[in-house]
Every structure is written in C-alpha cells, then in structure tokens.
Design a protein around this ligand. Structure first.
Ligand SMILES: [Zn+2]
Length: 389
C-alpha cells in the first residue's frame, strides 16, 4: 500500500473547515466525542476540578484511533492554552471527520495509532482565558524535577508594573506607546524572551508558570506513559496559535532542535521551520513546556515533539489583548464580570473570525497530521522490516 494513496482524504473545502470550529467548550467536547465514536475511537476522560462558564464539567478527553498494539503513534494535543482550544479542536474535529475506511486500514496495516488529546486546559477554553483556574500558563508549568518553581527574568521584573497593571483601565492607558518604546529600546526578541519565557514570582501576572504542577500537569504526568506507552516512535504535534504571520503555520522545536531539524525539514518542508537559521524567527526560549516534559520522560521511545503555531496578529496586539484581559479578570470580583470587549478581543487574537484564517489553519493542520503519519511510516522503513509498498 502506497503511503500517499492510503493517506488520501476527502478535499477540505472552506465550508467544511469553518463548520469544524466549535461555538464553545461544551460543544467542542460533545462534537469531539461524537466524531471519535463514529470512527470507532477509544475514548477516555479526565475530569479536572471546577466548573465551566455554563456550569459544565471540565474534562480532558482523549480519543485513540488505530490498533491498541501500535508500535508508532502520532499524538495531537490541543487547548493547552485554553482559548487556543477553538482552533486546536477544529483541526482535531476535521481530522476525525476525514477518516475513511481506507485510512483506518492504513493505520492497521502500519501498526500506527493516533492519540488525540482534546482541551488540555478545559477551564481556559470554557471561560475564554489562556491560563487555567489559578492563572497558570500551562506551557510554563511542566518543569522538570530538578527545576524550581521560582524566579523571574530581570527584564520581566522591570516590566511587571507595565505588563500587569492593577484596577480597571481608565481613559488613558498608553499601552501601545509604551510597548513600542520598549521594543525600540530592547528589540522584539529580547523583549519576548524577558516577558514570555515564563515567570514564577507574580501569580497574577502574565506568563505565570505556577508554584507546583497544576491539575492538567498532574493528569499528563499520570497518563503520559499510557499515551506514549511502549511505542518505538512518537511524533507529537502540540497545537497553538497567536505567534507568527497571519494564517501561517510555524513548527517550533522546544527541545532537541539540532537532532530534529534535518528530519523536520524533509518531512514538513523547510519553510515551516522556526528556530536557528529561520527567516523571521518567531519562537523564544521557554521554561516548563509540555513538549520538554514528554521529551524527558518518554523512556526508550524515539519521541519527536513539535509545537505547531498558527500566526494571527502582531505581537503588540496579542500582548495587549492578554494584558487587558488579565487586568480586567483580576480587577473584577467574579470571572463573569469580565468585560465582553476584552474577552472578544482575546478570542479574536487566538482564533480570528476570518473565514480565510479559519479554513487555512484547518487545511494546514490536516496536512501536518498527514505528514506526521507518513513520517512515522517512512522512518519505520529504515529501521524495521514493515513494508508499506
Ligand atoms: Zn499557545
């Protein structure tokens, strides 16, 4: 069986792609589970403390498609940054809906399993926040055992009063002007690194990594052995948005970039790669990432973890939206009191309403998953007797 024909899927037209975007967390969850069941996926759920914006349970759902005994896996995780779950869920939904009997056979024939992890931060997804119930940026929360949940870059400390103002905003908030002044003084890369790399000192601040493993991290720690399991090879795509050029995908390699880069360039195309040598690099060093944690604890498995980032607006606009939403959230007594305008702007910054953006992100997401599947099989050609012709 040729890989390309086995991977062939129905064309992804704009209408189909748009319909894959959920209206809210609960519907995303319902549709994810229903689509998984339709293609005979094995479902598991992991409930977290708290309730969603409509009183619903907060659950991480996991669907597994393909043989239980698979020796290779493709992991696709969504919604680690709550509000980014809208686009991540849409890609997972589109993939589930595009499964045909031919594609299931392809998984069976190649001992290949797809593990879809839906809504790693269900609280943030439901309430429209990037962080979890404790204001934790979960992609800064996966510190390794030797690392302490403490400290903040000096640049962050200097900028903290500007990044995390208290009280509701008045008429004069010179955010944009101040941000531009900082960028001119420090450069955008240094600024991103100082601000967004992760901090463990300001619990109400942006990019707070927590003081201990959060509820999501505890679930991942317990389940990761099962998700990665005894597979010889795992390719993991962690879906994110808000960084990079409008509607374009960038693949970030949070760990092991030197090893992964040539393989990644061949499989996904060099134009998608971020990191050293990339034109207009968008990533920056981050502490406590999900991928870093998996990489450390994947045992003998050949684990290859990538962050797929889909660009939206300029860093100044995205940071402004995060800052405004965080400010209003903490100034208001209850999360429900958040201003609608700041929540809408945050959603727009991480899942724009544009039909072009939404459909092109789903299309690229499907291509990434297909490439990962193909990559698992192609890699196996070199190291195992399994033949795919
Ligand atoms: Zn993200």
């Amino acid at each position: 069986m040729a890989v390309s024909s086995a991977c062939a899927r129905p064309p992804c037209d704009t209408g189909f792609a748009i319909r894959c975007y959920p209206r809210d967390y609960q519907r995303a969850r319902d549709e994810f589970c229903a689509a998984s069941q339709r293609c005979e996926g094995r479902l598991a759920e992991y409930e977290l403390p708290g309730r969603g914006a409509r009183g619903e349970r907060l659950v991480i759902d996991v669907a597994r498609i393909g043989p239980r005994t698979a020796s290779r896996r493709v992991l696709v995780s969504s919604g680690l940054h709550g509000v980014e779950g809208f686009m991540g869920s849409a890609i997972q939904q589109a993939w589930l809906q595009s499964i045909t009997s031919q594609r299931r056979e392809f998984l069976e024939d190649n001992a290949l399993e797809v593990v879809l992890i839906h809504a790693l931060n269900p609280y943030g997804f439901s309430w429209g926040r990037r962080v979890d119930t404790d204001n934790i940026d979960l992609n800064r929360n996966f510190l390794l055992p030797a690392e302490a949940y403490a400290g903040a870059p000096q640049g962050y400390r200097e900028l903290a009063p500007f990044l995390n103002p208290t009280g509701l905003p008045g008429h004069w908030d010179c955010y944009r002007l101040t941000a531009v002044r900082w960028i001119l003084r420090r450069g955008i890369s240094a600024l991103k690194e100082a601000i967004a790399g992760g901090q463990y000192e300001f619990p109400r601040g942006l990019f707070f990594g927590g003081l201990q493993p959060a509820a999501t991290a505890r679930v991942v720690r317990q389940q990761s052995a099962d998700w990665v399991g005894t597979a010889a090879r795992v390719i993991h795509l962690d879906l994110h948005s808000g960084l990079g050029r409008w509607g374009h995908c960038r693949l970030l390699m949070p760990v092991d970039e030197t090893r992964l880069r040539p393989w990644c360039a061949e499989l996904f195309g060099v134009s998608l790669l971020d990191g050293a040598g990339a034109e207009r690099r968008v990533s920056y060093p981050v502490r406590g990432t999900l991928i870093g944690w998996f990489n450390q604890f994947s045992g003998d498995c050949d684990y290859r973890g990538l962050v797929a980032e889909f660009g939206t607006y300029s860093p100044i606009r995205v940071l402004g939206a995060l800052r405004a939403e965080n400010r209003v959230y903490h100034a208001a007594r209850e999360p429900r009191d958040q201003g609608r305008a700041v929540r809408d702007e945050l959603l727009e910054c991480f899942c724009p309403g544009s039909r072009y953006w939404r459909s092109s992100v789903v299309r690229q997401g499907l291509e990434l998953i297909d490439s990962a599947l193909t990559g698992c099989v192609d890699d196996a050609r070199q190291t195992s007797p399994i033949r795919v012709e």
